[in-house]
Design a protein around this ligand. Structure first.
Ligand code: ZN
Length: 133
């Protein structure tokens, strides 16, 4: 038998919350697919409008997918027993933060560092604008 390494009690309530969130996202994504199917036969005149709406819907979808991935990762951390542990520094994530964001991957300090790193990466990945004098 494994030693009782499982972190805080109350993980069950995080699990319930994460699963509820997951169901909600899947429902939202499913509803969007229904709308897209229903829009299948629309007059050509409406095409421009639909493209714009689809564009916005796609942007929202990718946010939903990102959220879904974070929620899935948190659920597998619950299974693995390292839920609530910062993925960067291995410190416990503050309970207050977990209650607000049960899918949080990092403690607040690391989240700030990671956000800065990503920002820098994004900046350096951008093509330089050539300025010709
Ligand atoms: Zn950390």
């Amino acid at each position: 038998m494994k030693a009782g390494q499982s972190p805080a009690n109350g993980n069950q309530s995080y699990r319930a919350e994460l699963e509820e969130k997951r169901t909600g996202i899947l429902r939202t994504l499913g509803a969007k697919f229904d709308i897209r199917a229903a829009m299948g036969r629309v007059a050509e005149d409406d095409q421009a409008q639909i493209s714009h709406e689809e564009f916005i819907s796609l942007q929202r979808n990718s946010l939903d997918y990102l959220q879904l991935r974070l929620v899935d990762e948190a659920l597998s951390r619950l299974d693995a027993g390292d839920f609530g542990i910062c993925q960067s520094c291995s410190d416990p994530i503050a309970a207050k933060r977990l209650r607000a964001l049960p899918w949080a991957r990092y403690c607040i300090d690391c989240q700030n560092t990671v956000a800065e790193d990503l920002d820098q990466e994004w900046r350096s990945a951008r093509p330089r604008v050539a300025v010709t004098a």
